[in-house]
Design a protein around this ligand. Structure first.
Ligand code: IPE
Ligand code: IPE
Ligand code: MG
Length: 243
């Protein structure tokens, strides 16, 4: 018996490889990001179909501001357009959107688009889709600590956990990174303490349902021990901590 339930409750994804996908086709990098939105749409539907409850994706990191200005502005525009276009479909799929990240640095148009999309999907209950945009794991931890300090609250694991940007969902069970790199790049540093990691060589625009099923199958073969031993899990299955 493995300690993982067959389908992870919460999947997190570092959607990497859009730029390489475009460059290999002699296209501008932004064309890769556009294709990345299509891939995300497919992944959301696949997660709904498979009974995943929470999907958290990394769409723009705190560090991505360091990219060429045309790419950054292309990504911002793409976000504005994708929001306007995708919300009705997300509602049809029962998807509730949350944006996670620093909103201060975004344009007023984009910031209001994020709020509107959250409000328009707030009643949906099949899947929570957290889109990490202008997000960094260190930002998240520092912000949570600063909030607690400002309120004069003690810094404990539990209080920090409650102050983090993903406090509305349990920690990710499975963290997938596409694009061949094997690093977190400042994604969910706090929350992925016990996530099962899965690295795929596929570029994000090519990450389809078959690839998702491979990741879920690999997750199903893992034994999540949470510090215990295999023997303990075999003898006292009720002690298993399945997230
Ligand atoms: C990930 O794809 C998307 C963002 C960071 C916005 P990349 O743009 O990093 O693609 P590669 O890694 O250059 O191929
Ligand atoms: C991580 O990918 C950020 C997102 C997918 C949004 P990067 O492509 O920015 O990561 P590094 O720079 O290769 O570590
Ligand atoms: Mg990359």
């Amino acid at each position: 018996m493995t300690a993982s339930s067959a389908v992870p409750h919460h999947i997190a994804v570092v959607m990497d490889g859009n730029g390489r996908w475009a460059t290999r086709r002699f296209l501008p990098r932004v064309a890769g990001h556009k294709q990345g939105v299509e891939s995300l749409r497919r992944c959301v539907t696949a997660c709904v179909d498979r009974g995943v409850s929470v999907l958290t994706v990394f769409a723009f990191s705190s560090e991505n501001w360091n990219r060429p200005v045309e790419e950054v502005s292309g990504l911002m525009q793409l976000m504005v357009h994708a929001l306007a276009r995708e919300v009705p479909r997300l509602c049809a799929d029962g998807v509730r959107l949350h944006f996670v990240g620093e909103r201060g640095g975004l344009s007023a148009k984009l910031a209001s688009g994020l709020l509107q999309a959250e409000a328009a999907t707030a009643h949906n209950t099949r899947l929570v889709l957290n889109v990490c945009f202008n997000y960094g794991g260190r930002w998240d931890i520092a912000r949570a600590a600063a909030q607690l300090a400002a309120r004069g609250e003690a810094l404990t694991e539990a209080s920090l956990d409650r102050a983090m940007a993903l406090a509305h969902v349990p920690d990710p069970d499975l963290l997938i990174r596409t694009g061949g790199e094997q690093r977190l790049s400042n994604f969910l540093l706090w929350q992925s303490a016990y996530a099962e990691l899965f690295f795929s060589d596929r570029l994000w625009p090519e990450f389809d349902e078959v690839a998702l099923d491979e990741a879920i199958a690999a997750y199903g073969r893992r034994e999540r021990r949470f510090g215990q031993t295999s023997a303990q899990l075999a003898v006292e299955p009720r002690n298993r901590q399945v997230a």
